[in-house]
Design a protein. Structure first.
Length: 390
């Protein structure tokens, strides 16, 4: 009997993107008048966009596999094809077992039905008997925490309630394959922690799990291997640590280009025994203190250390400037090995103009120059400590 749970061969998915050639008019009357004068003025062109191209991989039964890559790499498209929500353009997939999936808020639920009815509906769609669903029903309700609203139509649920119930259904109904997308980010931190614990329990039970997340710690703690996607292609398949290193090495998440505000580029990286945070900025008014602040978070999101010119009481510039570059060299404390996230803000020392929470990630290896200890036990920093023996 085959030990393969998922087999993908030559998988590609294309979409047609249409472009309107007519420039935008200011009023409806102008648009109609132009169309009457020239019926062809509203013509459009199109191009083919390949979200996935020639994807090949196999996942064995009982494996827990992460799918990593930048936004737009094709991760969600891959999961939608595996969940049979959309069809591939070319290639084929083979699934050996029933699939439970949680891809986005609202997937698989009928808004007019109650929470109770949707639980039974999802189970029936998965091919489960009523007895099998009833066996898991109490566990689903208890995990989701929506017992009070169980007989309320889910269209009245908040996004958090929706996700809690949807995850509880996907995790508790006994499918052989479980597919989870980044939708868990909708929940609060306590719920996310419970979800990760449940996913570990599911994985330990021998079920196959495919997990997409930008939370590197979650990927590292749950997944034994990863599929690394970039621009619709598989760039690597292998052990989680190796794939995360490859992802970060090619610029993964350690650079960030804001879409608003005075900051035009931010980066963070390890350089020997220091962490280098670098940013370029331009403002409409000259500043005496270009105040770039940052906080480094551990892989689970807890703050580890932060700094800013204002906190460090840096003297104002003698000549205010409207643009420039700021580089912060963090030499203390020394960080222990792991993946970290960076939050930044920028202002004038009195007011913050913009802030970008956990906007990028970077990896630390060998900064402290000591043998690695579990950060869950000793924390994330290596302190200078004066020892005395009498």
């Amino acid at each position: 009997m085959s030990d393969i749970a998922i087999r993908v061969r030559g998988l590609s998915k294309s979409y047609t993107i249409r472009h309107q050639n007519t420039p935008t008019e200011s009023t409806l009357a102008e648009t109609m008048l132009k169309r009457l004068r020239n019926p062809l003025s509203g013509s459009s062109s199109s191009e083919t966009f390949w979200a996935l191209k020639d994807i090949d991989f196999e996942i064995k039964k009982g494996d827990v596999v992460g799918v990593i890559g930048r936004n737009g790499a094709g991760k969600s498209t891959l999961l939608k094809i595996l969940s049979r929500i959309t069809e591939p353009t070319t290639g084929r997939i083979e699934l050996f077992g029933r699939i439970g999936s949680l891809l986005e808020v609202g997937t698989g639920f009928h808004p007019e039905l109650t929470g109770r009815e949707n639980i039974f509906l999802n189970g029936a769609i998965l091919g489960m008997t009523r007895a099998e669903i009833k066996k898991q029903f109490d566990g689903i309700v208890d995990f989701s925490g929506v017992e009070k609203f169980l007989d309320t139509p889910v269209k009245r649920y908040s996004s958090g309630m929706y996700v809690r119930l949807a995850f509880a259904v996907a995790a508790h109904l006994e499918t052989e394959i479980l597919i989870i997308d980044e939708v868990l980010a909708v929940g609060d931190s306590e719920f996310q922690s419970r979800c990760l614990g449940k996913m570990k329990e599911v994985a330990d039970g021998g079920r196959t799990v495919l997990f997409v997340s930008h939370n590197a710690s979650a990927i590292q703690s749950l997944c034994s291997q990863c599929v690394y996607l970039a621009e619709g292609h598989v760039r690597g398949i292998g052990g989680t640590s190796d794939m995360l290193k490859l992802y970060l090495a090619v610029g993964g998440d350690n650079k960030f280009v804001p879409t608003r505000g005075p900051l035009s580029r931010i980066s963070a990286r390890q350089s020997g025994k220091k962490i280098v945070v670098d940013a370029e900025w331009q403002h409409t008014e000259a500043l005496r203190i270009p105040n770039l602040g940052f906080v480094i978070h551990d892989s689970m999101g807890a703050p580890v250390v932060g700094a800013s010119p204002a906190i460090s009481a840096i003297n104002p510039l003698s000549n205010p400037i409207i643009s420039g570059r700021i580089t912060a060299n963090l030499t203390s404390p020394l960080l222990l090995d792991g993946l970290y996230h960076l939050s930044v803000w920028f202002g004038d020392g009195h007011h913050d103009f913009v802030s970008f929470p956990k906007c990028l990630s970077f990896e630390v290896r060998g900064m402290a120059g000591i043998r690695q200890y579990p950060t869950s036990v000793v924390g994330h920093v290596f302190p200078e400590c004066d020892w005395q023996f009498n």
